[in-house]
Write a protein that binds this ligand. Structure first.
Ligand SMILES: Nc1nc2c(ncn2[C@@H]2O[C@H](COP(=O)(O)OP(=O)(O)OP(=O)(O)O)[C@@H](O)[C@H]2O)c(=O)[nH]1
Length: 572
């Protein structure tokens, strides 16, 4: 393969490599974008899948909290219902079993089914202690008092809250956009539990129908403070604009629990002072239903979180498809663009590169650069530039030569004056140019043949040269003189009137006659000439030919009149 084909093959490979690299880089960028969109979409999908775990964890907490009602009622002695306790416990067990199933299927959950089971174990232990107390007989006295058992149930609840807390952490990390609803749901769940605790803390006093002890009063006040804190947090977190679902739910909490529920609690507390307090079970019957409003607020928050997660998942899915579509579009456009670029520009460019190299190598070899080296292209360019510069120089030389030939073609070789051809051209131009009158003066050396014959042809030439020089000196700058024949000359001059032309002829005639010409080392030859003058008054067709002919005719008359005189042509 010859060098230039090697070079174009080389360049072709280079261009192909560049196109492939560009395509790959773009494809990688697009793949990254698609991957990001896919991760986002998957992340929202994971959030949606994990939400049921969080909901179930909160419901388990609710169930464990709800167990305390019948537990306290039974521990309180009067009015307790063991069937109700069994139902409440069954509900907790059911919730726990369901949570276990959900956790086992949840790969994205940081909390495991085993960890949740450990929390539940605390509840089972608390239940066992309660049961022991409830079964208590004189032979087998209860080992723990009611307050301690109530505290055990509180701890059991806190242990089960951990599952909800860890799941909430996962969800917030992955999808901050739904965090606010989930946190509010947890606050509501906490509020429900704390409200339950307030009731539970009253149980020992209700069981004994006495005023709460000092320590119990402190705990009751702390719990009320916690309830106020949680309400404040919810008030500041919730979007309480009228018409929002959470607004109505929050108003319900204020009316039902803070109003009815806490009123009933305060009434019960006051009744303990007068010995007219209800049993723990009766208290629970009036108090527990008011807490339903808190659970409704929690469920509203969970519902909003679900809706938001669904909307975000749909949006992420749509964004993923749009990103894929955009990536495919961009890659197709890029591919088409590169293909067109190659077909329409690069391939023709390479073909022309090949031609360029052929041209430059035809002129001369490209020096030391290897023929398949892409740099030989630049050497070829430099070489072509040289060739073009050289061609420019040759063109300039040719133009100068043509110009010189033109001058020579219109110059009389002997005298250096314009020749007849130049004179006729000048005459034609003069006629078209002048706005005044144009004079043609023809003159001829008298008896020149005799001079030639007597002194030789060379002396005749010398005389012609000297006479030409003298006439040149006698003329005005704008006048043109030419040698139009052997010893015949002519002058072209702009004049105001015919007498001016005659005066010019006379000036030349006298100038020639007044001093002899040196035609040899010693010979000084007096010479005369005869003049014929013609003037054209205005521009007219055929004037040049006629003007010179008229001047010639006048010259002829001057010769016949005896020579060394000037004749002017008749105006016609
Ligand atoms: N030396 C020389 N002689 C030339 C040149 N051209 C023409 N002649 C001569 O000029 C002479 C012209 O002669 P004629 O036509 O008879 O005119 P003439 O002798 O000047 O006579 P008139 O014009 O009638 O006064 C000829 O002998 C030509 O050979 C030239 O370039 N050099």
């Amino acid at each position: 393969m010859s060098g230039r084909f090697l070079l174009t093959a080389h360049l072709n490979r280079l261009i192909n490599a560049l196109l492939v690299v560009t395509s790959l880089a773009t494809a990688c960028g697009m793949a990254l974008l698609v991957q990001q969109a896919q991760e986002n979409s998957m992340s929202m999908g994971l959030t949606r899948d994990q939400l049921p775990v969080y909901e179930e964890a909160l419901r388990l907490v609710e169930a464990v909290s709800a167990e305390r009602g019948p537990t306290n009622a039974l521990l309180g002695g009067r009015g307790g219902d063991s069937h109700e306790l069994a139902r409440a416990r069954a509900l907790s067990d059911q919730r726990f079993a369901r949570l276990q199933v959900l956790l086992q299927g949840c790969r994205q959950c940081s909390v495991t089914a085993e960890q949740a089971a450990n929390g539940y174990q605390t509840l089972l232990q608390a239940r066992a202690r309660v049961d022991q107390r409830l079964r208590g007989t004189p032979d087998d006295p209860p080992s723990q008092d009611i307050a301690t058992l109530v505290q055990g149930m509180f701890r059991a609840l806190d242990s089960n809250f951990i599952t909800a807390d860890l799941t909430l952490h996962d969800l917030i990390q992955r999808s901050p956009a739904v965090a606010i609803y989930l946190v509010n749901a947890k606050l509501a769940a906490r509020l429900r539990d704390t409200a339950g605790r307030l009731g539970s803390l009253l149980t020992p006093a209700l069981q004994a129908q006495r005023l709460p002890s000092g320590a119990e009063q402190v705990q009751l006040l702390q719990t009320q403070g916690r309830i106020n804190q949680l309400m404040d947090l919810l008030r500041s977190n919730l979007n309480l604009a009228p018409g929002r679902p959470e607004h109505d739910r929050f108003v319900q909490v204020q009316e039902r629990y803070l109003g009815e529920g806490l009123d009933w609690y305060h009434q019960t507390l006051a009744a303990l002072a007068t010995g007219t307090a209800p049993t723990a079970a009766s208290f629970a019957q009036g108090y527990v239903p008011t807490m339903v409003s808190i659970l409704e607020l929690r469920d509203e928050m969970l519902s909003l979180a679900r809706d938001e997660a669904d909307a975000l998942a749909r949006e992420a899915q749509l964004r993923l498809w749009l990103t894929i579509a955009a990536a495919v579009g961009i890659l197709l456009a890029l591919g088409t663009g590169l293909l067109l670029l190659k077909q329409r520009l690069l391939t023709p460019l390479l073909a022309n590169t090949q031609r360029l190299l052929s041209l430059s190598r035809r002129a001369r070899p490209l020096g030391t650069v290897a023929e398949d080296d892409p740099r030989s292209l630049f050497a070829a360019f430099a070489q072509l530039e040289d060739e073009l510069l050289q061609a420019d120089r040759l063109r300039e030389e040719r133009d100068a030569l043509i110009a010189e030939l033109g001058v020579r073609a219109e110059t009389d070789y002997l005298t250096g004056l314009a020749n007849r051809r130049a004179f006729e051209r000048e005459l034609a131009q003069g006629v078209t140019r002048t706005a005044g009158q144009l004079a043609a003066i023809a003159f001829d050396i008298d008896h020149f043949k005799r001079i030639n014959d007597t002194y030789g042809h060379a002396a005749g030439d010398l005389l012609l040269q000297q006479l030409a020089q003298r006439c040149r000196e006698l003329l005005r700058p704008g006048d043109r003189i030419a040698r139009i024949g052997g010893e015949e000359f002519a002058v072209l001059a702009d004049v105001a009137q015919p007498t001016d032309a005659l005066a010019l002829a006379e000036r030349l005639r006298c100038g020639i006659a007044e001093a002899p010409f040196a035609v040899g080392p010693t010979e000084a030859l007096p010479v005369t000439a005869s003049f014929g003058v013609a003037v054209t008054p205005r521009l007219a067709e055929g004037v040049p030919v006629r003007l010179l002919a008229q001047a010639d005719a006048a010259l002829y008359r001057a010769k016949h009149r005896g020579r060394n005189c000037s004749e002017i042509a008749e105006l016609g």
